[in-house]
Design a protein around this ligand. Sequence first.
Ligand code: ADP
Length: 195
Amino acid sequence: MNLVLFGPPGAGKGTQAKLLTEARRLPQLSTGDMLRAAIAAGTELGRNARAIMDRGDLVSDDIVIGIIAERLHEADCAGGAILDGFPRTIAQAEALDRLLLSRGTKIDFAIELKVNDEALIERSGNRVREMLATGQTPRADDTPETLRNRLEVYYRNTAPLIAYYRNQGKLKTVDGMALIPEVAKSIAALLDGSA
Ligand code: ADP
């Protein structure tokens, strides 16, 4: 099973993707994590992506499509994957459909996590405070100004995926305002066809 998880920054994609990987035994493919790993490793990709990510803008479609294409070739993706933070544009969604088709597979469901903007701003502030309190370094893109840009980028570039996947009959919308285990339960019910 191939699943896409999408939603605005702070909607809980990463959290739910992790729970899904455990429940469904599928790898989590997070382009955000892969790009942050490239930055930490100081690769050319990381050096190029850093300023873009720090501003809250999108890394180019070619780059992220290349990363995902390579990753999907690995053996652990043979039975499917949980895509977290990819696709983020229509061009990425089309490329993903083509990539999967060439491997004789497809996206089964695209899960949109819906959360209102005020809650996202509050969650981001909480995340920064929690990280500081536990001696970790907050993400460079978790400042109020950058979050505002990330939200704008989401509504402009990523929200069109709602119609894209609805037209394909694959869209499932989940209320991301609920508690983490409740959201996980709603997703499980959707995947198991009981909702
Ligand atoms: P969030 O959903 O909280 O914004 P992510 O970890 O998914 O966090 O993404 C962090 C940043 O990484 C994005 O703001 C963007 O700069 C970059 N990025 C991640 N995935 C993609 C993608 N599919 N296309 C373009 N840029 C991406």
